[in-house]
Design a protein around this ligand. Sequence first.
Ligand SMILES: *Cc1c(COP(=O)(O)O)cnc(C)c1O
Length: 388
Amino acid sequence: MSYLTKNYNRKKISFKRGKGSFLYSVDGKKYLDFVQGIAVNSLGHAHPKLVKTINAQSKKLWHVSNAFVIPEGEKLAKKLAKKTFADYVMFQNSGAEATEAAIKVARRYFYSIGKPKKNRILCVKNSFHGRTLAAIYASGSKKMTEGFGPKVGGFDHFEFGDHKSIQKKITKNTAAIMVETIMGEGGIKVIPDWCLKGLRKICDKKNILLILDEVQCGVGRSGDFFAFEKSKVKPDIVPIAKGIGGGFPIGAVLMNKKVAVGMTAGTHGSTFGGNPLAMAVGNSVMDIIANKKFLKHVKSISKYFLENLNKIKEKYPGVIKEIRGRGLLIGIQLHTDQVNFIKKLMDNKLLTIRAAENVVRILPPLNVKKNEIDQALRLIKKVCTEVN
Ligand SMILES: *Cc1c(COP(=O)(O)O)cnc(C)c1O
């Protein structure tokens, strides 16, 4: 028996080793891993530079308290600020912590300027911001909140794409609008640039902060460093996690200097957040991904992948309803439930993962090679033939 709680419906497969885009199972099979820990292993498995970094750092220093200056964290914060809209960075350990800290930053900002009642956060219904108590109520999903006791207040919701209801749901107590720039768990739904611009406009008009959750779509996943960059919109607060650690748990909240005024000494903390081991890895990931040439590779390989997925869609219109996504955050929306399709892909040694709305979610490492994409395309086509 397993002594682990049953809160995951786990597939009966384990891996002993990974290299780049591939995973090797305990029973000796080789899989093309297009899950990558759900967009976490942004540089694939066992990237030589990351292996070197973590080995070197592990011999020097793992952890010191945030009561002291941590040079590796100072360095990573500076890189993130120089590369993005942000003036300040606050390190956490996970996505849920980062989104929750983002909410705290927004509320604390209005508190600090004498508007403590401006504290409500407007979110998309059935979005995903993590599994802590506040984050599940921010996500506004019945399934995630059921049975977990008193509702955590302070969240309002609108339906994805319902522009009218956004206006209606805003009150004088709305502190922030928080949305995923590209909905991940919710089915790979991209907020169009003109909508992001519209959101920014509403926020400016009504003195509301814009929080863009880039935990899944950020750090190069979209082909730009952040998915919102293409729209030229500047958010106030951006939680990140998944990809920035390349497999090591790191979360962070990026913010502009306006909102950072609220985060005075003692207002927030995290024992592990930003420790030397995590920060050493984060710096190495950042050095590779923030590079223009690297992001160009993500864009061009994404274009190739999406074009060919659309060709498969045209060939099997009865199986595939839509190809969604941007960069290497891709969804194949099927006409019917995707569980069988994902299982068949796995039988063919291609790992993918579900998302809402019958979507097969595909998350290759950002340094994926063209021949690996070709291999995936062949297998997807094969499974389409099988289920057609
Ligand atoms: C995964 C995810 C989170 C939560 O991250 P955890 O590290 O699992 O806590 C939050 N927001 C988005 C958009 C995510 O995809």
